[in-house]
Design a protein around this ligand. Sequence first.
Ligand SMILES: Nc1ncnc2c1ncn2[C@@H]1O[C@H](COP(=O)(O)OP(=O)(O)O)[C@@H](O)[C@H]1O
Ligand SMILES: [Mg+2]
Length: 248
Amino acid sequence: MSDTLLQVSGLTAAIEEGELLHGIDLTIRPGETHVLMGPNGAGKSTLGHTLMGNPVYRLTGGSIVFDGEDITELSADKRAQRGMFLSFQNPLEVPGLSMEAFLRSALRQKTGKPIKLFAFKKELEETMALLNMDPSYADRDLNVGFSGGEKKKAEILQLLMLNPRLAILDETDSGLDVDAVRTVSAGIEAYQKKRDGALLIITHSTKILEALHVDYTHILVKGKIVHTGDASLVEEINRNGFERFMPE
Ligand SMILES: Nc1ncnc2c1ncn2[C@@H]1O[C@H](COP(=O)(O)OP(=O)(O)O)[C@@H](O)[C@H]1O
Ligand SMILES: [Mg+2]
């Protein structure tokens, strides 16, 4: 295994209307937790989607290397197979596909092997219990009629069941009540501990981070990482805002 899991160099990405990311450099090693903060519209979600290979964002420069392999040109599903995971800020509703069937198919795609049903069911049950999810949700259509909090929990359930090598969590905590934040945070902590899981957490909240070990905090402003610090930066931003990082 390479000692650098993700190496992003000079990454620029654009849509029809213009460039959104202006030269992103980011290095994540196995097991590290990075927090990405920044004002609304800074490009945080864009960065998450671009790393995951969403074709909406056209790469215009730079490279993405994952575990020693240049994945800059790889499709999103191939990146998922390699062990990358993105939880969405606004999870999709999928009528006609139960949460359990979805997880089984995602796992099969990721591993390329048939699922061992008994072990799968047991792990699903245990993981749902950890996340305080009613077992009946396994049979419900994915995210259909789920509350905001339930959708976020479903994302963390996917995280724990798929056990990726790098997880990008896009505001998984926004709009959650205190209990749900605690549950989601416990789920992320379980992922951190499960193996050398690396994280890029996009968030505005310190609550979700309380129980988590954070290695680096990055501030993204107008499509650029303008500052990188340690865990204490999260507190500082919450006290003082992004003012001192904004361009003149
Ligand atoms: N698919 C898209 N089409 C048009 N504009 C987009 C698209 N994706 C992002 N943007 C614009 O790019 C900027 C960054 O968006 P986003 O990455 O969602 O910001 P953040 O997640 O930091 O709040 C915003 O001005 C947003 O409107
Ligand atoms: Mg966003």
